[in-house]
Design a binder for this molecule. Structure first.
Ligand code: ATP
Ligand code: MG
Length: 360
């Protein structure tokens, strides 16, 4: 039941906390952006998180997963799994279940300054391409039988997993992306210390780089890279790295570009992609009508870009551009939510974006 012709089918998972506020805000303006290019979105709303626990007794029900099997584009709201009833704590979070089941190995996280924000590095315009299935992250590694363990109560160990296959596929994503941007890739590793693991990652990236002679490539150690992002973050285009380094560097870059609170991302495999804001469920402000929907709107614009590429339909990219443009224009006009120093709530902000999209 994938996307065809003038329709675009997108799964919608509201999630917890501010999810029920920012997800409907996002689908509303995305629908307008798609309408403007002659495409009708079909929203497939699926329960996940606390709502799914209450409805079906499971935060990530089989019925939701079966429905996702039929889709290739999803919007995932945040989840607040630390506050689920006891029996669900300590298990894989709904997001992790989905990442693993669909092998969403590429976490794509741009960092650029939206107008109206106050960036530390004003000319930042980069994309972190983060390997999302290996490295040191236990929840991502569990399926392969590794992760963290404690041989005694006073000793803890973590295994970092790097494979040629996973490094190769993420490197290809980075170089392909660079061809659609400024044709520069920075490979980030720590091969002077983590010689075997991040050394393998670096070596595989070098091999892949040889297949993209039109893309300029350089390498940085992760510690030097953190400093360079602050000093001259505007110099970077595509940054490819392993899981943990990518997690940290993408937060750093997003904050330097303005605000982590408006940072977008998608998680993708070769065949499916999921929009997911970088921030969490924000339970402290849930239900107050003040949540900022920008991160999820910008993530959904990325999802439409991915769809344009995957389905070969330029209109999806045009809709993405309209959506990003409308959000940027509203922010530039000084209209923003509390977290960005403004005074409007979620609904008023979304109204402003909607008005911009409909030419009002
Ligand atoms: P997680 O572990 O799920 O990533 P977290 O501990 O990083 O969660 P968040 O849920 O991201 O925490 O919230 C951190 C702070 O940022 C909170 O004060 C929250 O209210 C605020 N915040 C996060 N997202 C938004 C948003 N979209 N709009 C406004 N404020 C937000
Ligand atoms: Mg967080």
């Amino acid at each position: 039941g994938l996307t065809s012709g003038d329709e675009l089918t997108i799964g919608v998972l509201e999630g917890d906390g501010i999810g029920p506020e920012i997800v409907p805000a996002t689908t509303r303006v995305t629908e307008l952006a798609l309408d403007a290019v002659g495409i009708t979105p079909i929203w497939v709303r699926l329960p996940i998180g606390r709502a799914a626990i209450e409805k079906v007794g499971d935060p990530i029900p089989e019925s939701t997963l079966h429905a996702l099997d039929e889709l290739d584009l999803w919007i995932l709201g945040p989840h607040d799994s630390a506050n689920y009833p006891a029996q669900w704590r300590g298990r894989l979070t709904p997001g992790a279940v989905i990442r693993k089941r669909y092998d969403l190995y590429a976490n794509i996280r741009p960092a650029f300054a939206f107008g109206g924000t106050h960036p530390t590095v004003a000319d930042m315009d980069l994309v972190v391409v983060r390997e999302n299935s290996e490295g040191l992250y236990a929840d991502r590694n569990m399926a392969r039988g590794s992760g963290e363990f404690m041989p005694t109560p006073d000793v803890a160990l973590a295994v970092g997993l790097i494979t040629r296959a996973a490094s190769e596929r993420i490197a290809h994503r980075a170089f392909e992306l660079a061809r659609r941007r400024r044709r520069r890739v920075t490979v980030v590793h720590k091969a002077n210390v983590l010689t075997m693991t991040t050394g393998l990652f670096r070596d595989v990236c070098r091999e892949v780089a040889a297949q993209y002679p039109d893309v300029q490539v350089d390498e940085q150690h992760v510690d030097a890279m953190a400093a360079l992002l602050v000093r001259r973050g505007g110099d970077f285009d595509v940054v490819v790295t392993e899981n943990l380094f990518g997690d940290i560097l993408s937060d750093l870059a997003a904050e330097l570009a303005g605000s982590l609170g408006i940072a977008a991302s998608i998680n993708a495999s070769d065949s499916v992609a999921m929009a997911q804001a970088a921030h969490g469920a924000a339970p402290d402000i849930a239900g107050l009508g003040v949540a900022n929907p920008v991160a999820l709107m910008a993530s959904t614009a990325m999802l439409l870009d991915w769809s344009a590429h995957r389905h070969g339909d330029q209109r999806h990219a045009d809709a993405a551009q309209r959506l990003r443009g409308a959000v940027g224009a509203v922010l530039s006009s000084g209209v923003c939510t509390r977290d960005l120093g403004g005074g409007v709530g979620t609904d008023d902000f979304t109204d402003a974006v909607a008005q911009h999209l409909t030419g009002g």
